[in-house]
Design a protein around this ligand. Structure first.
Ligand code: ATP
Ligand code: MG
Length: 571
């Protein structure tokens, strides 16, 4: 490809909204342009990267026996009503109506559509196992679209869905995808880790996120050097602290705290630390009222509470519910003297002594509270793992923490969707059985962005060969005809050798071309100017290492082929 006929609008600066390296560099290297918040046009250079990743996906998924399909982006509401997600999914789901007033949504994920297909097309266990995938545009009206392709509203996802007769074979399908994902991200040249992830309502431990290790990642990961346990901190198990010994004497003291409602106000009013206070949070789940208790300096890990309650959503108790179940005491609730409320306390709360909590009376708190003596509660792990916490799996070493970008997520679904949507097959005895399913996603643009996060320096991107938009950047170092005449056959020769070459034939100064080349970051740069023509050699630079080589023109194709072809397969 000739740069003079190609569209790579490079820029010195990126817009202020670009705060992470991948976003800045994708903008500066002319790979993407913003159309609206979280919505982008992908330019030729960016699209070549997407296509490379998609090719790796197709190759590895086909190796794993998956079949490619293509589902619509516009999905009738009816399907989402069958799965109950029309009401549950919330404002991330973009809903629309056609001219007749029929309701649709833009697909944020495709369990409903694929399950409908399975219900109509899979009749017998003989058709199983089956795994169908697509690479398709999704829409999610994210609250905070940001970081460019990393968290867009419109984005390309590879989503796959497996169908099996029973839980046992479904798990075989699951682990096969785990292996395929490991291959995929290795081939993309990424440093990544599969970590255990929140399974929400489905339970069990069969959900893994594939996290690309990067300081700018949105997810926090906990790992144990001793047993190898790795999990998202939403899920990471921590060793529970023992409850405090119960004091037999004393009793809670009433404290006047007029208008002191929040934990911050309370700690400053009483001049105590957050860890001395019990924070109470009230939720409603159907007819049930639930109080979650945390130490005042801790944040509730909603994923852990959701998993414990086996629900999709935590709904804070309404003022009416609070009024009915405790009274007109917003800001002053606590676990003492309650009836008909399910109290769930984080382990740390039960380890407190002389605690302070709401008195369930307006403008009052209680001090010298002793858990177990003054109130009873179910105990559970309800917080996020933190520095210093001991691994809850092996109970040995302290957990260590890293940040990651969630590029892929695999999930064993069981029969949640197949049951809701009537996708059953006849088993060996002719008995109808709901299909066992798994779902598996990879964000294509997010993978490209993650790749830049891990592979860049001050000057620009350092593409790993397997996903680089081109492999070789050939630069004509000068505008003279003599130089162009020498570069032209070189360009043809390298292309004929099967290498992907971007040839910078633009009438620009060498310094300008070098800057662009470093920004765009192709793995190998080949410069040929007057000096090289005289000596019969070109200067090669490997982008990542910065290592330079003087290579005779006649040996150039062989030199590059030897290094690039094996690198195409990745790590
Ligand atoms: P997150 O917690 O980051 O929002 P998620 O749990 O919603 O992710 P999944 O529904 O599991 O994500 O989607 C599968 C994959 O799709 C993710 O691993 C990620 O690579 C990609 N993805 C999800 N949301 C976005 C987005 N807004 N922009 C780009 N890629 C995305
Ligand atoms: Mg999401």
């Amino acid at each position: 490809m000739r740069a003079s006929q190609y569209l790579i609008p490079t820029a010195k600066e990126a817009p202020a909204e670009a705060t992470v390296a991948s976003h800045v560099l994708m903008m500066r290297a002319g790979m993407i342009r913003r159309v609206a918040a979280g919505i982008y046009t992908i330019l030729p250079l960016g699209l070549r990267v997407m296509r490379k990743i998609e090719r790796i996906l197709r190759e590895e998924l086909e190796k794993a026996g998956c079949l490619e399909v293509n589902m619509p982006m516009v999905i009738p509401a009816e399907l989402w009503r069958q799965s109950k997600r029309w009401d549950l999914y919330g404002p991330e789901l973009l809903r629309l109506k056609d001219r007749k007033g029929a309701e649709f949504c833009l697909g944020p994920t495709h369990e409903e559509v694929i399950t409908q297909l399975a219900a109509s097309e899979i009749k017998s266990y003989r058709q199983l196992p089956l795994n169908l995938f697509q690479i398709q545009t999704k829409f999610r009206d994210e609250t905070r679209p940001r970081f460019g392709m990393m968290r867009g509203r419109e984005f390309v996802m590879k989503d796959a869905y497996s169908f099996d007769l029973d839980a046992e074979t479904a798990q075989v399908s699951y682990w096969k995808m785990h292996e395929a994902y490991t291959q995929i991200f290795s081939r993309c040249g990424l440093e990544f880790a599969p970590v255990e992830a929140d399974t929400g309502t489905i339970g069990g431990s069969l959900s893994h996120e594939f996290q690309v290790i990067a300081d700018t990642g949105e997810d926090a990961l906990a790992t144990c050097v001793s047993c190898g346990y790795a999990a998202n901190i939403e899920k990471a198990q921590i060793l529970a602290v023992a409850p405090a010994a119960v004091k037999q004497t004393g009793e809670p003291k009433r404290l006047d705290t007029p208008d002191v409602c929040s934990i911050a106000e309370l700690t400053s009013f009483l001049e105590v630390e957050g860890k001395c206070v019990i924070k109470a949070l009230l939720f409603e789940l159907g007819d049930q009222v639930i109080m979650a208790l945390m130490r005042g300096d801790r944040e509730l890990n909603e994923a852990k509470l959701r998993a414990l309650l086996d629900c999709d959503q935590l709904i804070p108790a309404s003022p009416e519910t609070l009024m009915r179940s405790i009274g007109d005491v917003a800001g002053f609730i606590g676990p003492l003297g309650l009836q008909d409320i399910r109290i769930i306390a984080d382990h740390e709360v039960m380890a407190m002594n002389d605690a302070i909590c709401g008195a369930n009376a307006r403008d009052q708190h209680l001090g010298a509270v002793q858990p177990l003596r003054d109130f009873q509660a179910e105990t559970a792990d309800l917080r996020f793992a933190e520095e210093g916490d001991i691994c809850g799996r092996c109970e040995g070493q302290p957990l260590s923490f890293r940040r990651g970008i969630d590029v892929g997520h695999i999930f064993y679904l069981g029969n949640k969707y197949s049951k809701a949507m009537g996708a059953t097959v006849l088993d060996k005895n002719g008995k109808p059985t709901p299909l066992e399913m798994g779902c598996y996603g990879i964000g294509v643009g997010r993978t490209a962005a993650a790749c830049i996060e891990q592979n860049h320096d001050e000057q620009g991107i350092c593409w790993p060969v397997p996903v680089a938009p081109f492999e070789v950047h050939l630069l004509a170092l000068g505008k003279q005809q003599e130089i162009l005449d020498a570069c032209e056959p070189l360009y043809h020769e390298l292309t004929a050798a099967g290498l992907e070459v971007l040839y910078d034939d633009r009438p620009e100064r060498p310094g300008f071309k070098f800057k662009d080349a470093e920004l765009i970051g192709l793995p190998w740069r080949v410069g040929l100017g007057k000096r090289g023509i005289d000596s019969g050699s070109a200067e090669l630079v490997e982008r990542r290492s910065g290592e330079r080589f003087d290579v005779p023109l006649a040996e150039l194709a062989e030199f590059l082929t030897k290094r690039i072809v094996p690198a195409r397969l990745g790590n």
